[in-house]
Design a protein around this ligand. Structure first.
Ligand code: MN
Length: 427
């Protein structure tokens, strides 16, 4: 039985951010009338953050390979991500030690303490990385089956390629925004029935419950990442909401896939959960034996899924509290992050530090685990009734969608924080 490590910083029970988590993020001060503060790297601990630039400048990383790099004394995590596993491990060991209950380095240094321990209520989180490229997959078999059934009927629900490769598309990196950024309802081209297409505010605005991972070290053009080596390139995970304009999507997607239906905004949670913190929550992947994937996608470990509980809640402008509309889990994904990355690079496509790769909508096998309104309301045929009697088929202006996630450990939880977005009316 392993001893649970505790921090000298009081961490409330069921906090998302115990010392076992230590997710990375970038913050600015809220109370900054002239917008002078530049983003600073930190980790979350309970209701506080530990400022890593202060720790770096105090020389507390000098015994590690981070010495002299300024990777943690930067405005985003890209340089740190690019350094790879050894640097991530040494940084995490150092941070864990500094925050453990038997360490007095920060506690006994009043000046240092004041500079590096900051209340989360005093800061605002910004995007943790400069995202050069963003790819979104379609890796949940239940989601693909649901959508396929709605479009083509149950016999042809999965396209012939689906069980052979992780389907995906290249998304728009510049419109990835951090949680709490308001989402403007897009306008676009839609076509209703046999009428000619019109330009209209989106009428079928939806969310997609997803997770995503950040790429660590870059690769060169022409280089492949073999499935055995993918772990060296996966830095950590966030929650993601891939906002989707279903009516625009239906008309435009043939034959090249999503375009303006998805390019107006994608929200991510601000905290990147390190893969080391998620390691205890690895679980058996869905069996892939009918058909067995090609050798380059074959994962011999059979242990590449993660048990991350996910929840989606909605709050309209007339509601005081969030109402949960979906409970799902990343373990329902058919294709793992390892397989997604091996497939993405099989052509020699290069990966850059800070690239973001989304899972695709994560639906489970039951109606209460469907990860989009398209599925929950089955293409608008089964309206959702909110506790105050309001009805939804898709999102209204003023609706807020909140995604949360956590892994349940023995006596602690690895939380993801939240990924929130409120819909603003179209202009
Ligand atoms: Mn998506």
């Amino acid at each position: 039985m392993s001893v649970i490590i505790r921090s000298w910083i009081n961490v409330p029970e069921n906090s998302d951010f115990p010392i076992q988590n230590l997710p990375y993020g970038c913050y600015v001060f809220k109370n900054d009338p002239h917008n002078e503060s530049v983003p600073t790297i930190c980790v979350a601990i309970g209701e506080y953050v530990l400022d890593l630039s202060v720790i770096y400048n105090a020389g507390l990383f000098d015994h590690t390979c981070l010495k002299g790099t300024n990777a943690l004394n930067s405005t985003n995590l890209n340089d740190f991500m690019s350094m790879g596993k050894q640097a991530w491990k040494e940084a995490r060991q150092t941070i864990t030690k500094l925050l453990s209950e038997d360490d007095f380095t920060i506690r006994n240094n009043e000046e240092l303490y004041k500079l590096c321990i900051i209340k989360q209520t005093d800061i605002k989180m910004v995007l943790p990385a400069r995202i050069g490229d963003y790819t979104d997959f379609y890796s949940s078999i239940d989601h693909a089956r649901n959508v396929g059934t709605m479009l083509r009927g149950p016999e042809n629900a999965l396209m012939p390629n689906w069980l052979h490769l992780p389907v995906g598309y290249h998304g728009r990196a510049s419109s990835v925004v951090v949680s709490s950024t308001p989402i403007r309802r897009p306008i676009g081209q839609i076509k209703i029935g046999d009428n000619p297409p019109i330009l209209s505010p989106c009428r079928n605005l939806d969310f997609e419950l997803e997770t995503a991972f950040f790429i660590g070290p870059s690769t060169n053009l022409g280089e492949r990442i073999s499935i055995e080596n993918t772990d060296d390139y996966i830095f950590g995970m966030v929650l993601m909401n891939d906002w989707s304009a279903r009516d625009i999507q239906t008309w435009e997607y043939v034959p090249l896939g999503p375009f303006t239906a998805k390019n107006f905004a994608t929200s991510i949670s601000p905290w990147i959960i390190p893969m080391e913190a998620l390691e205890p929550f690895k679980t058996t992947s869905i069996q892939q034996n009918n058909p067995e994937p090609l050798p380059y996608l074959l994962d011999k470990s059979n242990n590449s899924a993660y048990d991350i509980n996910l929840e989606v809640s909605i709050k309209s402008i007339n509601m005081d509290n969030y109402f949960t509309i979906c409970r799902s889990n990343t373990k329902y994904l058919y294709w793992s992050m390892k397989q997604q990355l091996a497939h993405h690079t099989i052509t020699g496509c290069n990966m850059m530090s800070g690239d973001l790769l989304g899972s695709g909508t994560i639906s489970g096998p039951t109606v209460d685990s469907f990860g989009s309104l398209l599925e929950i309301c089955w293409k608008g045929t089964k309206p959702l009734i909110l506790p105050n009697g309001e009805e939804r088929k898709f999102l209204n202006d003023g609706d807020t969608i909140r995604i949360t996630g956590y892994c349940q450990g023995n006596g602690y939880r690895i939380g993801f924080g939240e990924c929130i977005g409120t819909i603003l009316p179209a202009i």
